[in-house]
Unconditional design. Structure first.
Length: 383
């Protein structure tokens, strides 16, 4: 791969403004590409990014103009600490649009994650809290935006929605994002919503819960439900799920629950039975608002969307914690924590897209570090 090809890999980041005003020794494309490659190969801080670059210098010289050598750890740190995270995110979003098939039905799960290591108790600095959008069907991080803390998700989520292409998508959000303004924003941008309802809307939650308690007990024939509950046996536990939904929402509006294009309410019951000496059975019902008509989408699809929402936890947040050690990273200056997290999400998208090696993400990172040809194969998805 020559210099022209390496620049083509970064074409989506051409409009990224260089935060350096003077003493520019290393080209910005060198810093970006080395950082992306190093993080993809397993680097988890700026020192490790530099050490990876030093170890691969001879090979990198066939790709990049290394007249000034490999940037130092402080150069990487200063660059990404000063880099405008919003500008970086705009480039990231431009890149991720190529991954999504906008012509098919898709679920966009939105959820927050705190970067635990980015806080400092002594100085009173709070950890950075990031809101991410995850496309279940394409297994890709679509976007990310920072909030001051978990309580500020309500104000951060609309800003993230503004940046996404939601045409034809269903957006799922947990109870924190169950807000009328957020539902309106989703609809205005051409999407549908599935919002979890809990006690942060106590009256609404109780009204829906009592409605389903009565309807289920009376076996209301108008309820949309699965013909047979979904039963799954996993190791030492048996899980049974059933879903009920209703398109009868006029009574909610009469009681003042006026949500944009509200067409249905959903109740999902999960019963878990564990075996062994301490075996027990637990049962939980969760409620949702949706702009989908239950009669049209059906109970099976509604259950798939409810379960699909947790892909943002299992496929994104879990991978970032386990495979990228994100919670242990101690980056506290400027925008360093947020921008390094974005590098990790770039790497995660690249690694998930490469499916020729049937191993986990952590092993794919190692494989990239061991095998330059495999790394280039992974990087081809960046162009």
């Amino acid at each position: 791969m020559d210099d022209a090809a390496s620049r083509d890999l970064l074409r989506h980041f051409d409009d990224l403004p260089d935060p350096r005003a003077h003493n520019i020794l290393h080209p910005m494309e060198n810093i970006l590409l080395i950082a992306i490659m190093a993080v993809t190969c397993g680097a988890d801080d700026w020192r490790a990014v530099h050490r990876w670059g030093k170890a691969k210098k001879q090979w990198l010289a066939t790709i990049l103009d290394l007249t000034s050598g490999i940037p130092s750890p402080d150069t990487f740190r200063r660059f990404f600490t000063a880099l405008d995270p919003q500008a970086f995110e705009r480039c990231f979003l431009e890149w991720t649009t190529q991954w999504v098939d906008a012509n098919r039905e898709r679920l966009v799960a939105i959820d927050g994650k705190t970067l635990c290591g980015s806080g400092h108790e002594v100085s009173g600095q709070k950890p950075r809290h990031l809101i991410s959008a995850w496309c279940r069907e394409d297994h890709v991080v679509l976007g990310q935006i920072a909030a001051q803390d978990k309580s500020n998700e309500i104000t951060a989520i609309p800003r993230l929605l503004e940046m996404l292409n939601l045409e034809g998508a269903t957006v799922s959000i947990d109870a924190m994002g169950c807000q009328k303004d957020i539902a309106r924003k989703i609809v205005e941008h051409g999407g549908d919503y599935l919002l979890a309802v809990k006690d942060n809307h106590r009256t609404l939650h109780e009204d829906i819960r009592f409605f389903f308690d009565d309807a289920i007990e009376q076996d209301d024939p108008h309820l949309v439900k699965l013909d047979q509950p979904l039963v799954e046996l996993d190791h030492d536990r048996l899980e049974t799920r059933q879903v009920w939904a209703s398109g009868d929402v006029a009574w909610l509006r009469r009681q003042g629950h006026d949500w944009e294009r509200l067409r249905g309410i959903v109740c999902v019951q999960g019963e878990r039975q564990t075996f062994g000496p301490r075996g027990k059975t637990t049962c939980e019902r969760r409620c949702y608002l949706t702009s989908h008509s239950p009669d049209k989408v059906g109970a099976q699809r509604l259950l798939e969307m409810v379960r699909g929402h947790w892909g943002v936890e299992n496929s994104l947040h879990w991978s970032l914690d386990v495979s990228f050690d994100e919670d242990q990273r101690r980056l506290r200056c400027g925008h360093g924590a947020e921008n390094f997290s974005r590098l990790c999400r770039i790497a995660l998208n690249l690694l998930k897209a490469e499916k020729s090696v049937k191993v986990g993400i952590a092993t794919r990172r190692l494989n990239c570090g061991w095998d330059n040809d495999y790394l280039l194969k992974v990087l081809m998805n960046l162009g």
